[in-house]
Design a protein around this ligand. Sequence first.
Ligand code: GCU
Length: 599
Amino acid sequence: MFKSIKIFSNKRILIFLFSFLLVDMVIGQDAMINIQSRNAISLNGQWNVIIDPTGVGEWLQVWLEKRPQKKTDFFEYSFDGGPVLKVPGDFNSQKSELTFFEGTVWYRKKFNYTIQNEKRLFLHFGAVNYIADVYLNGEKLGIHEGGFTPFQFEITNKVKSGINSIVVKTNNVRQKNGLPGLGYDWFNYGGITRDVNIIETGKTYIQDYSIQLKKGSLNTVSGWIQLDGLQLEQKIEIKIPELNIQYKTKSDKKGLAPVDFSSGFELWSPENPKLYKVIIKSETDSVSENIGFRNIEVKEGKVLLNNHPIFLKAVNIHEENPYKGARAYSRDDANLLLKAAKELGCNLVRLAHYPHNENMIREAERMGLMIWSELPVYQHIDFADSTVPVKMDRMLGEMIRRDKNRCGVVVWSLSNETYPSTPNRDKALVELTKKCKALDSVRLITHVINSQKYLSNSFELWDTLYRHSDLVSINEYAGWYVPWQGKPSDVKWKVVCPEKPVFISEFGGEALFGSDYGPADEAAYWTEEYQEKIYIDQVKMFNTVPNLSGVCPWLLFDYRSLSRLHPVYQKGYNRKGLLSEKGDKKKAWYIMKVYYNKK
Ligand code: GCU
């Protein structure tokens, strides 16, 4: 089988390694924002693939798409005549042989293009899980690590007129120094999971901008616009027709233009998710999108939206279409999940535990749902590995870059249940928090913690990270993983930062919809009654929490997780949903609905 490999000369191996090392340093570039408003050619659809369980494709250099030149030539791979997969979409749910696959799948897509002198061209990915090596016409463009944020490559000088061929090596093998690390309680959907576009721009284009109210203001926009290209000093105009705003500014030698203007905005809120059409026009480019304006802050133990205290009626959601058992990516997927959150009475969705697709963010904002966006810095992270802080910074930048103009996004969550004992954890996460504040001084920042002590029915919240967070976010599973140590209504609290708002970011327990396998008051039968009782008790406990500013059940829908092994009750599903994966309302759903109706 591997005879052909032996023809690799030592010289070839050296070149291969050297070339691999060189080009591999080209990390996916910072992606331009607001793809929806760009001149884009979608590459979504059927892609030819090579499923590569052993990773031999690297040696075979399948991206060269070699073809026999002479009678004795043969190549033990081809994209033609092989399987196809749909993009966007995870590969696991598309083919039964890939159901539990964690490895390499090579994708190939051809596109026709005619070069135009005055144009630049970019290849943009919404996301690829987990590592993507990207090639164009047999040449490596670069690599991107991280399954939940966008990246792009400029291909202006690499594309040719006529047929071009893109090859993407996708690999979702878990990485010890990855984000997330080796273990996590969700399904490791691999592949090209979000949209792929070819984007054409002028020689100088509007690459990025920030248009949001400045901290503490209800009427003053403070931001910037960044051009990219040759002609960086330009006149730029921002128009908001509905408010008769025509604001003029200028970009400097670095292409950066300051933005600072005031107006009587109708503020965005869950009751009134007001968005304005905003047009940004430079001398060589223009983009537009719907943007809302709101102020979010914490004060005296409360969360204030537009200067009014607000209780965060939240729910946790994984980026999974429950009916398909597949990674969610489309607007329909988003609406399916968000409508269910609305029906429960929510005004905020915690998008766990990684940045969800842009459809989710834009639809939530349009529907009047505040958004909590989170980095997959989840449980066991190898903070002592020197590459990890670099990856965290990069992922943070990518997350904020894409969604900073979404007024619906009110919280950046930088970690979930990391272990205080992990070497370098505090230092790395405190550093990350500072970087987040530097990138975005407007939104709330938090770390989700479950290191609290629970002794004689009293919680002690002590974690260092609380000192660096705007919200004291706690995951507690009293009644499920942790038996109650007294009456829920008698719980006592000791919080390291008593002046800060407290948010119960996770609570709950499991139930299999319709389970009547045993007594309702015994956990081991996954009954709805047992889960319902947990919720009844949690609601009683909520009244004891000082500065309680919101709660967030874990979670909306049952979802796939390979670490959930019970053959009768779980079958590879985390069953803590208030809804089954078929959308059935469990008894606990009604407890939460009533609680939110009263709030
Ligand atoms: C944790 C964790 C979740 C997990 C949940 C559970 O708190 O944050 O990702 O799924 O517990 O155990 O169900």
